[in-house]
Design a protein. Structure first.
Length: 148
């Protein structure tokens, strides 16, 4: 049986997820007062589960569309990734929630959205949702910056 490039990538990602999941079993326990109600293994395992599910989907759909070249990524994909990299670099200066706010305004503008009401709704709604879910519900603290 011949593995396609997508299937072999999916298998490699599953092996990566398995090895990193194993690595999370070696994390030291954090005292309850420092854990912010979430153990240190929680978020890595959530991310690993998402990667594993997407890898399984990649393997399941790998046999389709073998004919023809793969499409080339548009430059906007690289610009979008660059915006996220810059946003991560700005977190220590702006704070996490302010960086999310700036990105949720900048990306729609870059992608061509011109409705100020939609952009403002997205930016405010996303910041409020992140704050409610992570800060209030899970008791997490985000890095703060000059603005927030």
């Amino acid at each position: 049986m011949r593995l396609t490039r997508d299937a072999s990538t999916g298998v490699a990602l599953l092996l990566f997820c398995g090895s990193v999941f194993y690595a999370t079993t070696t994390f030291r326990d954090v005292p309850a007062m420092l854990s912010q109600n979430v153990p240190p293994t929680f978020f890595p395992r959530v991310v690993l589960a998402a990667i594993a599910l997407l890898s399984i989907a990649l393997i399941a759909t790998s046999g389709r569309g073998l004919d023809g070249p793969k499409p080339v990524l548009e430059p906007s994909v690289y610009v979008t990734a660059g915006i996220f990299v810059i946003a991560v670099a700005l977190v220590p200066y702006l704070g996490m929630l302010a960086a999310v706010f700036v990105v949720s305004i900048g990306l729609p503008l870059y992608w061509g959205e011109r409705s100020v009401l939609r952009i403002a709704g997205l930016a405010l709604g996303l910041v409020v949702a992140v704050h409610v879910l992570f800060v209030l519900a899970l008791g997490m603290r985000f890095p703060s910056g000059v603005l927030w």
